[in-house]
Design a protein around this ligand. Structure first.
Ligand SMILES: Cc1cc2nc3c(=O)[nH]c(=O)nc-3n(C[C@H](O)[C@H](O)[C@H](O)COP(=O)(O)O)c2cc1C
Length: 139
């Protein structure tokens, strides 16, 4: 099993309705591909975790990479995992609200005044995934 985490930017921002529409078709395809994971969205910033068989994740990621609904795609972690963390989620979605941002900032050791919510997660590799999982419980 393999995971890939990336961040990207939506050029003009996505409405909640556009995010839900994107996710609805993504979930159908992910179910067929055996992909699980989670997406976080906040003010044009996107972060996604994809989990599945390595080749399947890599192929799907190539498709996602070419999608013009986002740019500046940056893989900040990929590697083998023992088991899925998002079992049962063909793609969870968390649109960050103030409460979620506070939760992320609590675990952050840098200067949160200067960092965006998603960069706080990325900066904090060892806690990032733990925070992701606690955000999952707030969906
Ligand atoms: C930020 C973002 C995340 C996406 N995540 C997924 C995903 O998890 N699964 C998926 O199948 N498509 C996802 N897509 C959509 C793909 O880029 C692509 O449109 C979709 O897989 C359909 O591809 P196909 O019809 O060419 O097979 C995502 C797109 C964006 C912009």
């Amino acid at each position: 099993m393999f995971e890939l985490l990336y961040t990207s930017l939506s050029p003009s921002g996505l409405t909640h309705a556009e995010l839900v529409e994107l996710l609805e078709s993504a979930r159908l395809k992910n179910k067929l591909l055996g992909i699980t994971g989670m997406m976080i969205y906040h003010e044009r910033e996107i972060m996604q975790i994809l989990e599945g068989e390595k080749e399947v994740v890599e192929t799907l990621f190539q498709t996602i990479l070419e999608d013009n609904r986002h740019t500046s795609v940056n893989v900040f972690y990929q590697g083998d995992i023992e088991e899925r963390a998002f079992c049962g989620w063909s793609m969870a979605l968390k649109h960050l609200d103030d409460k979620a941002i506070k939760m992320i900032a609590v675990d952050y050791e840098g200067n949160e005044q200067k960092a965006s919510a998603i960069s706080m997660l990325v900066d904090n590799q060892n806690r990032g995934k733990k925070t992701f999982l606690s955000l999952l419980e707030t969906i």
